[in-house]
Design a protein around this ligand. Structure first.
Ligand SMILES: [Zn+2]
Length: 260
Protein backbone atom coordinates (compact mmCIF):
# COMPACT_ATOMS: atom_id res chain seq x y z
CA UNK A 1 0.00 0.00 0.00
CA UNK A 2 1.51 3.29 -1.10
CA UNK A 3 1.83 6.13 1.40
CA UNK A 4 0.59 8.45 -1.39
CA UNK A 5 -3.14 8.86 -2.11
CA UNK A 6 -4.25 7.85 -5.60
CA UNK A 7 -5.32 11.41 -6.29
CA UNK A 8 -3.60 12.97 -9.27
CA UNK A 9 -3.56 16.73 -9.82
CA UNK A 10 -2.24 18.02 -13.13
CA UNK A 11 -1.61 21.78 -13.15
CA UNK A 12 -0.82 23.32 -16.52
CA UNK A 13 -0.66 26.82 -17.96
CA UNK A 14 -3.45 26.68 -20.56
CA UNK A 15 -6.85 24.97 -20.76
CA UNK A 16 -5.79 22.39 -23.39
CA UNK A 17 -2.32 21.54 -22.05
CA UNK A 18 -3.33 18.59 -19.89
CA UNK A 19 -5.02 16.99 -22.89
CA UNK A 20 -2.18 17.75 -25.30
CA UNK A 21 0.67 16.45 -23.16
CA UNK A 22 -0.82 13.93 -20.75
CA UNK A 23 -4.37 12.79 -21.54
CA UNK A 24 -3.37 9.25 -22.53
CA UNK A 25 -1.61 8.74 -19.20
CA UNK A 26 -4.51 10.32 -17.31
CA UNK A 27 -6.87 7.90 -19.04
CA UNK A 28 -4.79 4.88 -17.95
CA UNK A 29 -4.75 6.10 -14.34
CA UNK A 30 -8.48 6.86 -14.39
CA UNK A 31 -9.10 3.26 -15.51
CA UNK A 32 -7.05 2.12 -12.51
CA UNK A 33 -9.38 3.97 -10.17
CA UNK A 34 -7.40 7.15 -9.61
CA UNK A 35 -9.20 10.44 -8.96
CA UNK A 36 -8.03 12.98 -11.55
CA UNK A 37 -8.18 16.77 -11.24
CA UNK A 38 -7.14 18.93 -14.19
CA UNK A 39 -6.21 22.55 -13.41
CA UNK A 40 -5.17 25.45 -15.60
CA UNK A 41 -3.46 28.56 -14.22
CA UNK A 42 -4.75 30.75 -17.08
CA UNK A 43 -8.07 30.80 -18.91
CA UNK A 44 -6.32 30.75 -22.28
CA UNK A 45 -7.24 34.42 -22.91
CA UNK A 46 -5.06 34.92 -25.99
CA UNK A 47 -6.10 31.64 -27.60
CA UNK A 48 -9.11 32.93 -29.51
CA UNK A 49 -9.41 33.89 -33.19
CA UNK A 50 -12.35 36.09 -34.23
CA UNK A 51 -13.61 36.48 -30.67
CA UNK A 52 -12.89 38.98 -27.87
CA UNK A 53 -10.71 38.11 -24.90
CA UNK A 54 -13.83 37.90 -22.73
CA UNK A 55 -15.55 35.53 -25.17
CA UNK A 56 -12.37 33.49 -25.48
CA UNK A 57 -12.12 33.03 -21.71
CA UNK A 58 -15.75 31.92 -21.42
CA UNK A 59 -15.45 29.56 -24.38
CA UNK A 60 -12.13 28.02 -23.37
CA UNK A 61 -13.20 27.35 -19.77
CA UNK A 62 -16.29 25.56 -21.11
CA UNK A 63 -14.15 23.57 -23.57
CA UNK A 64 -11.82 22.50 -20.75
CA UNK A 65 -14.73 21.50 -18.49
CA UNK A 66 -16.20 19.37 -21.30
CA UNK A 67 -12.82 17.73 -21.99
CA UNK A 68 -12.34 16.93 -18.29
CA UNK A 69 -15.89 15.56 -18.09
CA UNK A 70 -15.14 13.23 -21.01
CA UNK A 71 -12.51 11.60 -18.77
CA UNK A 72 -14.60 11.76 -15.60
CA UNK A 73 -12.10 14.26 -14.16
CA UNK A 74 -12.64 17.45 -12.17
CA UNK A 75 -11.56 20.80 -13.63
CA UNK A 76 -10.36 23.96 -11.90
CA UNK A 77 -9.20 27.23 -13.48
CA UNK A 78 -7.12 29.77 -11.54
CA UNK A 79 -8.28 32.43 -14.07
CA UNK A 80 -4.91 34.15 -14.55
CA UNK A 81 -4.31 36.00 -17.83
CA UNK A 82 -2.77 33.91 -20.59
CA UNK A 83 0.58 35.31 -21.85
CA UNK A 84 0.81 37.51 -18.74
CA UNK A 85 1.28 34.77 -16.18
CA UNK A 86 3.52 35.77 -13.29
CA UNK A 87 4.69 33.93 -10.22
CA UNK A 88 3.27 35.53 -7.07
CA UNK A 89 2.74 34.83 -3.39
CA UNK A 90 -1.05 34.83 -3.89
CA UNK A 91 -0.93 32.33 -6.75
CA UNK A 92 1.42 29.98 -4.87
CA UNK A 93 -0.95 29.96 -1.88
CA UNK A 94 -3.95 29.26 -4.15
CA UNK A 95 -2.05 26.36 -5.71
CA UNK A 96 -1.10 24.99 -2.28
CA UNK A 97 -4.78 25.17 -1.33
CA UNK A 98 -5.84 23.14 -4.38
CA UNK A 99 -3.08 20.55 -3.82
CA UNK A 100 -4.33 20.17 -0.25
CA UNK A 101 -8.04 20.25 -1.12
CA UNK A 102 -7.76 17.34 -3.57
CA UNK A 103 -5.29 15.55 -1.23
CA UNK A 104 -2.88 15.09 -4.12
CA UNK A 105 -0.56 12.11 -3.97
CA UNK A 106 0.93 12.96 -7.35
CA UNK A 107 1.23 16.34 -9.05
CA UNK A 108 2.12 16.71 -12.73
CA UNK A 109 3.16 20.01 -14.30
CA UNK A 110 5.24 21.29 -17.22
CA UNK A 111 8.98 20.67 -17.44
CA UNK A 112 11.42 23.38 -16.27
CA UNK A 113 13.00 23.29 -19.76
CA UNK A 114 9.69 23.73 -21.65
CA UNK A 115 9.61 25.92 -24.77
CA UNK A 116 6.80 28.21 -23.55
CA UNK A 117 7.31 30.95 -20.95
CA UNK A 118 3.85 30.41 -19.39
CA UNK A 119 4.69 26.70 -19.05
CA UNK A 120 8.01 27.46 -17.33
CA UNK A 121 6.30 29.94 -14.97
CA UNK A 122 3.66 27.29 -14.16
CA UNK A 123 6.41 24.79 -13.39
CA UNK A 124 8.05 27.29 -11.03
CA UNK A 125 4.78 28.08 -9.21
CA UNK A 126 3.74 24.42 -8.89
CA UNK A 127 7.16 23.29 -7.65
CA UNK A 128 7.21 26.12 -5.08
CA UNK A 129 3.68 25.25 -3.93
CA UNK A 130 4.00 21.45 -3.88
CA UNK A 131 7.16 21.46 -1.77
CA UNK A 132 5.43 23.38 1.07
CA UNK A 133 2.06 21.64 0.87
CA UNK A 134 2.75 19.67 4.05
CA UNK A 135 4.07 22.65 6.03
CA UNK A 136 1.69 24.06 8.69
CA UNK A 137 2.87 27.69 8.47
CA UNK A 138 1.70 28.16 4.87
CA UNK A 139 -1.28 30.57 5.12
CA UNK A 140 -3.80 28.36 3.31
CA UNK A 141 -7.36 27.68 4.55
CA UNK A 142 -6.85 23.97 3.78
CA UNK A 143 -5.10 21.73 6.33
CA UNK A 144 -1.55 20.59 5.45
CA UNK A 145 -0.98 17.26 3.72
CA UNK A 146 0.64 14.44 5.70
CA UNK A 147 3.36 14.07 3.06
CA UNK A 148 4.68 16.19 0.20
CA UNK A 149 3.17 14.83 -3.05
CA UNK A 150 5.36 13.28 -5.72
CA UNK A 151 6.07 15.70 -8.56
CA UNK A 152 6.38 14.79 -12.24
CA UNK A 153 6.97 16.86 -15.37
CA UNK A 154 5.29 16.27 -18.72
CA UNK A 155 6.74 16.64 -22.19
CA UNK A 156 7.47 19.87 -24.05
CA UNK A 157 6.49 20.17 -27.72
CA UNK A 158 9.00 18.47 -30.05
CA UNK A 159 11.09 17.45 -27.02
CA UNK A 160 13.16 20.60 -27.46
CA UNK A 161 14.10 23.37 -25.02
CA UNK A 162 13.51 27.12 -25.55
CA UNK A 163 16.61 27.35 -27.79
CA UNK A 164 15.64 24.30 -29.86
CA UNK A 165 18.16 21.97 -28.23
CA UNK A 166 17.09 18.40 -27.32
CA UNK A 167 15.80 18.07 -23.77
CA UNK A 168 17.31 15.55 -21.30
CA UNK A 169 16.35 11.90 -21.86
CA UNK A 170 12.85 11.32 -20.42
CA UNK A 171 12.86 9.19 -17.27
CA UNK A 172 10.15 7.03 -18.84
CA UNK A 173 7.67 6.83 -21.69
CA UNK A 174 4.06 5.63 -21.33
CA UNK A 175 2.56 3.49 -24.09
CA UNK A 176 -0.82 5.11 -24.79
CA UNK A 177 -1.59 3.13 -27.96
CA UNK A 178 -5.22 2.18 -28.56
CA UNK A 179 -7.92 3.15 -26.09
CA UNK A 180 -5.94 5.82 -24.13
CA UNK A 181 -4.96 7.55 -27.40
CA UNK A 182 -8.56 7.51 -28.58
CA UNK A 183 -9.69 9.01 -25.25
CA UNK A 184 -7.01 11.67 -25.67
CA UNK A 185 -8.34 12.53 -29.15
CA UNK A 186 -11.89 12.67 -27.79
CA UNK A 187 -10.77 15.10 -25.06
CA UNK A 188 -8.74 17.23 -27.49
CA UNK A 189 -11.65 17.66 -29.88
CA UNK A 190 -13.50 19.63 -27.20
CA UNK A 191 -10.86 22.39 -27.65
CA UNK A 192 -12.32 23.56 -30.96
CA UNK A 193 -10.89 27.08 -30.56
CA UNK A 194 -7.39 25.64 -30.74
CA UNK A 195 -7.74 24.34 -34.29
CA UNK A 196 -8.07 27.97 -35.49
CA UNK A 197 -5.35 29.24 -33.17
CA UNK A 198 -2.79 26.64 -34.21
CA UNK A 199 -3.57 27.36 -37.88
CA UNK A 200 -2.72 31.02 -37.21
CA UNK A 201 0.16 30.58 -34.75
CA UNK A 202 1.99 27.44 -35.89
CA UNK A 203 0.63 27.13 -39.47
CA UNK A 204 -0.81 23.76 -38.39
CA UNK A 205 -3.84 22.82 -40.49
CA UNK A 206 -4.93 20.07 -38.16
CA UNK A 207 -3.82 20.58 -34.55
CA UNK A 208 -5.51 17.41 -33.31
CA UNK A 209 -3.97 15.32 -36.08
CA UNK A 210 -0.56 16.85 -35.37
CA UNK A 211 -0.85 15.76 -31.73
CA UNK A 212 -1.43 12.18 -32.86
CA UNK A 213 1.63 12.41 -35.13
CA UNK A 214 3.77 13.75 -32.23
CA UNK A 215 2.60 10.90 -29.97
CA UNK A 216 3.41 8.45 -32.78
CA UNK A 217 6.92 9.91 -33.09
CA UNK A 218 7.43 9.33 -29.38
CA UNK A 219 5.99 5.84 -29.72
CA UNK A 220 8.47 5.06 -32.50
CA UNK A 221 11.31 5.89 -30.08
CA UNK A 222 10.21 3.12 -27.73
CA UNK A 223 8.62 0.53 -30.00
CA UNK A 224 4.90 1.23 -29.63
CA UNK A 225 2.30 3.04 -31.72
CA UNK A 226 1.84 6.14 -29.54
CA UNK A 227 3.48 7.39 -26.33
CA UNK A 228 3.78 10.24 -23.85
CA UNK A 229 6.87 10.81 -21.69
CA UNK A 230 7.76 12.13 -18.24
CA UNK A 231 10.49 13.18 -15.86
CA UNK A 232 10.13 12.63 -12.10
CA UNK A 233 11.26 15.53 -9.91
CA UNK A 234 13.99 13.79 -7.93
CA UNK A 235 15.69 16.86 -6.47
CA UNK A 236 15.98 17.66 -2.79
CA UNK A 237 12.75 18.06 -0.83
CA UNK A 238 10.76 15.45 -2.73
CA UNK A 239 10.20 11.76 -2.05
CA UNK A 240 11.49 9.47 -4.76
CA UNK A 241 8.91 6.65 -4.74
CA UNK A 242 8.42 5.60 -8.40
CA UNK A 243 4.66 5.49 -7.92
CA UNK A 244 3.48 6.32 -11.43
CA UNK A 245 6.08 3.94 -12.91
CA UNK A 246 4.75 1.14 -10.67
CA UNK A 247 1.09 1.95 -11.27
CA UNK A 248 1.63 1.99 -15.03
CA UNK A 249 4.22 -0.81 -15.15
CA UNK A 250 2.72 -2.69 -18.14
CA UNK A 251 2.80 0.53 -20.16
CA UNK A 252 6.22 1.91 -19.14
CA UNK A 253 8.85 2.06 -21.90
CA UNK A 254 12.45 3.30 -22.10
CA UNK A 255 14.32 4.34 -25.19
CA UNK A 256 17.48 2.31 -24.35
CA UNK A 257 15.49 -0.95 -24.33
CA UNK A 258 14.28 -0.25 -27.84
CA UNK A 259 17.78 0.59 -29.03
CA UNK A 260 19.33 -2.70 -27.87
ZN1 LIG B 1 0.20 25.69 -23.04
Amino acid sequence: MSRFAKNLLIIQAHPDDAEAWSAGTLSLLKDKGWTITIASLTAGNMGGVGMSEEETVATRVEEAKAAAAALGANFHCFMRRDAYLFDSEELRIEVVSLIRKVKAGVVITHAPFDYHQDHRTTCQVVDAAAIVSSLPNVPSPEPPLDITPLLYHGMPMSLSDPLGNPVPEPHFFVDISGKPMEKKMEMLTHHKTQQDLMRLMHKMDDFFGEMRIFNAELGAMVGCAEAECYWQHLGGGYQKDPLLQEELAPYIRHREENQK
